[in-house]
Design a binder for this molecule. Sequence first.
Ligand SMILES: [Zn+2]
Length: 481
Amino acid sequence: MRTPDTSGSAAVGRVSLLKTLAALGLMLLTVAVLHAAGPVYVVMWFDTEDYIEPAADDAVMRIAQDLTSLGVRGTFKIVGEKARVLEQRGRWDVVRALALHDIGYHTDFHSIPPAPAVYLRDLGWLEGAAEFERREAAGALDVERIFGVRPSCFGQPGNSWAPQSNAALRHMGIPVYLDEGSHVGIGHQPFWYNGLLYIFNMGPYSLRAPLDGAQPAERSYAQFDRAASALAAAQGGVISVMYHPTELVTTEFWDAANFSRGAGRERSEWQHPRRRTAADTERCYGILRAYVAHMKGVPGVRFVTAREALQLYAGSAPAPAGRARIAAHMAVRQTFLTTGDGALSAADMLLALLGMEPQVVDGPAARIASTYPEESLSRAAFERARTDVVSFIRANHRLPAEVWIASAKLSIGDFAATLAADEGGSGGIAVRRANLEFEQYISNDSKGAFSWVIHPTGFSAPELLELGKLQAWTLKPAQLR
Ligand SMILES: [Zn+2]
């Protein structure tokens, strides 16, 4: 028996069922479109660094638990001193909450001067890498000891970036560089640099919902949706989302309160940063939680950790490419080459032209000007030089700065261009000049790129950007599998 009322509600039921089906169809279509185009991965990372304010420990734990309850894993880059402080304070509850997430590294002391860019600015490539490791390796080992896992990634404190860290991190077994900065970048997506996977300089793909200010949540959500659609419509890619756990419990940075402008302050004189009220902290947790829930709800979006991101990319091995294609490219411009199958760095291509096995090598440690005075050189002299370059790379796992022709030198760039243009005839070989196009991916802003409240006033580091340019031989976009 049906009364008009129930038949009315059945009609309403049918309409809402149709609406649901239509919505579901649209959602499936969106999912299909996203999948057809490319996957969108969110790397959400937390610079876990405040070892002064104990409330920041609670913030780490709460964020880790909130993410876990949403089914999301984050990457927590931990400062060595922070890990030791958690141990001293007996905060095994925090350590346990983090065990479900990925663990990265964020220097031993973060802001106690001198910061990395300050202590590395006047050092070269090799001594800088050794100094970085001397200062920072112990903290990475403490993080590994306390969290039971080797850090998957590293990122510099503030804007205190230095390229020598790349060689040291590789040696320390840390394969991913995860941070933000303007020092180096390719197209606001991940790239390979000195054999590390860099998730860095992400531009419009570096996003967050602000904790303070007037921006409505909907605007942050729309911004995320636009970025996700743009990536999906291309080949897919990564969105980088970053917070500091301490931000949710304080209104000023713990380090700005103590080490501004590179000031040294004794431990007994450390000041606690100003705190948010309990209600304000709760409001911040709410913003973060809702933002994560929104991102997670966007069809086609997946959260990945730094460790997982490494698996998503097809490794740093060069894409296959024929010798003729490599030679034609390198004769004219020394920069990475992208093919349908991936990319090759200028260093990859130089190794291929030399007939060497693909391997991770560093760029040259210095820049020299060619002193070889002639326009051409004999095949015998060129073959000797070539053999010597192969020997240097085998011995040092980096490109030589100079290539000897008797007592004169060719820069490695001029040598590479000459090698690429050589068609192998029996006559003399014309010397070509380098066109180091890869240098355009390194910043020239030696002051702005290093701007950070913990650096000394007016700090600028053109030396580090110059070293970064030398290492750009190894630069190439990372290709999703
Ligand atoms: Zn930091």
